[in-house]
Design a protein around this ligand. Sequence first.
Ligand code: ZN
Length: 288
Amino acid sequence: MRQLFYGFLLPFNSIFKYFTKGTIKVLAYHGVKDSQAFELQLNYLSRAYNVISLKQLNHHIETKQKLPVNSLLITFDDGDISIFKEGLPLLKKYNLPAIVFVITDLINSKKAFWCKQVVETLQKSGKTYVEARKKVNHLKNIPESERKSELQNIPQLEDEQFSTEMILKLKKNNIEIGNHTHTHPMINNCSVAEIEQEMKESRRVFENLGLKENFSNFAYPNGNWNLGSEKVLIGQGVKTAFLFDHKLNKKIINPMRISRIRVNTYTPLREFKTKVSGLHPILMHLFK
Ligand SMILES: [Zn+2]
């Protein structure tokens, strides 16, 4: 039924794509869960869009020089290991650039990303998936100091994370590394001092990786932001900040509020096309 609906929308996709060809589309992925479906998506993107790099975007922001029509940026949040294992070979095959926003505290560690830690350990202790997700949502909505102390009561979970070598290999293959904070707090629940501490720690990791300049490209964890946090980030030297709002960018992009369209690697192609064209984001916000 769902795919029939997207089939019905297909002709409108081209119309939408045409009318939004002068905007920069930015896709927000997480991990690469279905490499077969992801390959179909990359194949489509490589034919239908001009996939640009972070460098091209930054050059456009600095110089106001025009980008090609149908410019599109591929981004991933959280730095899941599948991006290296499954994503890199496919991006390389289609010669497509991308950006991975990493949680710097996890690099070269065996720690799981805290949302995964909560979901998996609670499920192991007998809670349902829904109950575990509820706990994650609760942690996303409390002050940062409380999130930190509540997390300490949840057992650690081991997970494979990016190593320095993997990060450098990604970069060598045109996959830029961006900043997604040090521990993935909700920035809108943080005090100024807490945001500054997160930035201080992530800056140190970027410097140790030899990627000092990458620090200034930032994606808000969970997309949560507010005017106060934006001001703090600018003060910390952040030059571009990416949201998670499932919206299209205006013709003139605001570098500190770059909208992104939410997608998954397992999204079937018809649905994916509707999302990327901008039709799905507009319908979703109309009927929300
Ligand atoms: Zn994230």
